[in-house]
Write a protein that binds this ligand. Structure first.
Ligand SMILES: *Cc1c(COP(=O)(O)O)cnc(C)c1O
Length: 395
């Protein structure tokens, strides 16, 4: 008899055959504009380290100092003995930064979604969820056991029809959306979603993982970007992207945060953020509050790169943010493109199904504030060379 797990070999072989197998590269240097990967120095176009904070001296120093004072680990879940002065301080600062009454932190953005959605809705409720929402939202929805109605991506009219059709049959109604969609870089139509939420009595939740530190005044996020303070009920964020560290946050009313402290399962059953993470996040907020320089540089770089790529004839999709997809179509072409870019000294990942729909494979470029103009020009030349070689650019 074959081993009960032998089916995995066949599944893995099928993934490789389809160009959908993820080869994971190992980084031998700190995060930054340039990385050492597999012994080679390459320009980094993959990470979510939008502002270059992952290796920022102020964050490193804050983490070091905090470890000297508090050690490394939290020792327990928050409710038992894991809440330290630092955690309380971070939540206070995050609430202030986001312009909300209160905030609660989690180990990650993923955990924040898994904590929040099942605490807010259950079996008797319905969730209206954008078709392209992040996996952690989808999993949070599933865990809640609520009825899930997926609506066509960013289609507010279709959503309204679905709310009219299904809404009245349930106790509570939740509309949940990514703020910035991570694979396309487009932005949720939050003002119109807020109108719908108000009209039909829905709870409105936005996951601003890619908007935190990117959108809004000084990187205060999508709610600030649209000036919807007090209108969006639940704002999820992550400190693992622009903040350059690790950790999740939910920002909103005092009552929401109080409820999540009682009922958020990853809060109750998984240990707190670590000391260096919390201290580094506090330093990230300091930096963001002191100056908009990094956020401004991120946007300058993104605009420059996108314009140059479009001039060359690349299809950059629907992006409205620094996330720049280079649309290529089939997954094997995207993988080959990424492999050739790497040889040319540019590290940019191919993304295919199931992360994006079949036939919509792409290279996703993440420009950052850490890149210089010379870095971007270097990358643009590499994209042009490989694009011509592989027939993506004609003429
Ligand atoms: C990256 C991401 C997450 C997960 O954040 P982590 O802090 O890395 O767990 C959640 N939601 C969205 C929309 C994301 O893009």
């Amino acid at each position: 008899m074959s081993h009960p797990l032998s089916w995995i070999d066949e599944e893995l072989a099928a993934l490789k055959e389809a160009g959908l197998y993820t080869y994971i590269r190992t980084i031998e240097s700190p995060q930054g504009a340039w990385l050492t990967v597999d012994g080679k120095r390459v320009l980094n176009f993959c990470s979510n380290n939008y502002l270059g904070l992952a290796n920022h001296p102020r964050l490193v120093e804050a983490a070091r100092k905090a470890m000297e004072q508090y050690g490394v680990g939290p020792g327990a879940v928050r409710t038992i003995a894991g809440t330290m002065t630092l955690h309380v301080e971070l939540e206070r600062r995050l609430a202030e930064f986001k312009g909300v009454e209160a905030a609660i932190t989690f180990q990650s953005g993923f955990a924040a979604n898994l904590a929040t959605i099942p605490a807010i809705v259950g079996r008797e409720d319905v969730i209206f969820s954008d078709q392209l929402n992040h996996a952690s939202i989808i999993d949070g929805c599933r865990l809640s056991r609520a009825t899930i109605v997926a609506y066509p991506h960013n289609d507010v009219d279709a959503l309204e029809d679905l709310i009219k059709e299904h809404g009245s049959k349930y106790r509570r109604k939740l509309i949940v959306t990514d703020g910035v969609f991570s694979m396309d870089g487009d932005i949720a139509p939050l003002p119109r979603l807020a109108e719908l939420a108000k009209r039909y009595g829905c709870i409105l939740m936005v996951d601003d993982a890619h908007g935190e530190g990117v959108l809004g005044r000084g990187g205060r996020g999508i709610v600030d970007h649209f000036d919807l303070h007090g209108v969006v009920d639940i704002e999820v964020g992550t400190m693992s992207k622009a903040f350059g560290v690790m950790g999740g946050v939910v920002a909103g009313s005092r009552r929401l945060v109080e409820w999540l402290r009682q009922r958020g399962r990853p809060f109750l059953f998984s240990s707190a953020m670590t000391v260096p993470d919390v201290a580094a996040c506090l330093a990230a907020i300091d930096l963001l509050e002191e100056s908009t320089e990094l956020v401004d540089r991120l946007w300058d770089n993104a605009r420059y790169f996108k314009a140059k790529m479009q001039e060359l004839g690349f299809d950059t999709g629907q992006s409205e943010t620094p996330i720049t997809p280079i649309m290529l179509g089939e997954a094997p072409l995207a993988q080959e493109f990424s492999r050739r870019l790497f040889e040319e000294g540019v590290f940019a990942m191919a993304i295919g199904y199931p992360t994006v729909p079949k036939g919509a494979a792409r290279i996703r470029v993440m420009p950052s504030a850490a890149h210089t103009r010379e870095d971007l020009d270097f990358a643009i030349r590499a994209f042009e060379k490989v694009g011509r070689e592989l027939g993506v650019l004609v003429a």
